[in-house]
Design a protein around this ligand. Sequence first.
Ligand code: ATP
Length: 135
Amino acid sequence: TQQTLVLIKPDGVKRNLIGEIISRLEAKGYVVADLKKFTPTKDLLHKHYAEHEGKPFFEPLVEFMSSGDVVAIKLEGHRVIEGFRSLAGATDPTVALPGTIRGDLGRDWGLKVQQNLVHGSDSEESAARELALWF
Ligand code: ATP
């Protein structure tokens, strides 16, 4: 069975949406195989977001992601990588469809980085790489 890395970003933790977000994952039928809550180091975030290094939102993204606790979840289920991304919705919470986590709970705050509540791995390769970094 497939596994993916889900992160509840600092905006989700600060807004007390941990339960709301995990409820949606469990209601869909996915299983929380492991979970932890901590403030990630910049070193971990540089590794995690290596593909975005050099982009204009890279430094604001690392600042934001290290600004407070994150909940890291090892989420399990058949086709969970694709399934979680469907539950999360589009990157930009303004246009993410209602019914999705970002569409229902997120908005654009006009900041340099999109605060969009969650992250999910985008492929089996990313999931393996990211799970090894965070767990
Ligand atoms: P997606 O579901 O679209 O893949 P993602 O979280 O994987 O979402 P990435 O393209 O990997 O998106 O970008 C990582 C994070 O960087 C985003 O979740 C968002 O917080 C931020 N981000 C991405 N693109 C922008 C942008 N153009 N401006 C500001 N922040 C951005």
